[in-house]
Design a binder for this molecule. Sequence first.
Ligand code: B12
Length: 342
Amino acid sequence: MDSLALQIKNAALDMGYEKCGIIKVSDMYSYEEKLDERIERLPHTKPFYDRYYKFARIQESHPWAKSVVVCVRRYGKYKIPEHLKGMVAKYYLVDSRTDENSKDFQDSLSFEKALQDMGLRAETERKYGFTALRWAAIKAGLGIVRRNNFFYTENGSWVYLEAWLIDKELEAIETPNLRPCSDKCNLCIKACPSASLSQPYTMNPMACVSCITTFMGRDMPNERYKEEIGDWVYGCDACQDVCPMNINRWKEAEDFPYLEELSKEISLKKIIKMDYDFLENVMQPKFWYIPKQDVWKWKANAINAMVNNYKEQYKESIYEACKDSHEKVREMAEWAIHKLNI
Ligand code: B12
């Protein structure tokens, strides 16, 4: 391996990344085939997936870029408040992509600085990424993708990915040493509440609970999958939680900054009571998939979860939501009262 490639890899490991690999930008072309395959299998997902073709064609948007440095970082090490499990996806509770308080975020900045100190032009896109991160990590041989579409290392799927573009052609590729999924295992497919994961290596984002509770689902009373959403309020971990390759891979060893404090403010009943200032200025910066103008969605999602697993104690909250300042919340509460016949 080139000594600069080795220097980059070592810097990443020193900064707390579990793995780091480097591929040529042209190695990402083959991601286009994965998108084609996905659209062929589920043609109605075309409008959703069309926007990702740019992930394969990096050179069109970044003509200066020569290689992709892709890093894997473990998040399955943080303490997760018990009452939020099954309600808010774990990744989003410890999401460091925009959270300046987190060490992971600060390490990401330091790693970028280290790349620049090596004389490289190095750029990233911290929120959604500039390329297909799973595909980049597979190409770099850092792990494997399993039947639920998740990228796994020895630490299971509880890892997230980051990538930087650099202006030098380098390569650092590993050979993963992980046992593939058994052809007979369908636990993830069975566990997907809305059959979004209908076959291995395929999923329909429009039916995915994670997508409906965040980016989509702005008309909850008429949402097709509202029952399948079950107890989830933001995100979903169902296909990862059941995976045998994830057994004992989450070790609750470290605190994530301010998570314990914030978690005390979050419950279905508390969400319905939340004032809009708190939703916009405390919840939104952490859970940034729901934009500021749509924070009412938290309340609509909480009412939906109450309906799906109704308890007498929720009645008061649902009635209270009929007086909410946002029309969408009032509409959802009225739908719930009618549906529950309360
Ligand atoms: C779009 C997107 C979403 C969309 C759509 C998801 C989707 N699968 O397309 C929505 C909003 C639903 C979503 C939700 C979530 N996401 Co998301 N998302 C992305 C994003 C931006 C692009 C994903 C993408 O390329 N999709 C296109 C399709 C074609 O790719 P794919 O489904 O990932 O399939 C890959 C594999 O299946 C493989 N493949 C396909 N066929 C075959 C066949 C074989 C034999 C093999 C070996 C491989 C293989 O190739 C595909 C391309 O990489 C990435 C960030 C990024 N820039 O890459 C994060 C990312 C994939 N998301 C991530 C996470 C954590 C989530 C959530 C778990 C959060 C949550 N807990 O709620 C959920 C999970 C939902 C789910 N069940 O998949 C992580 C995944 C980390 C990991 N360990 O895999 C990523 C990488 C973000 C990150 N920075 O780490 N996400």
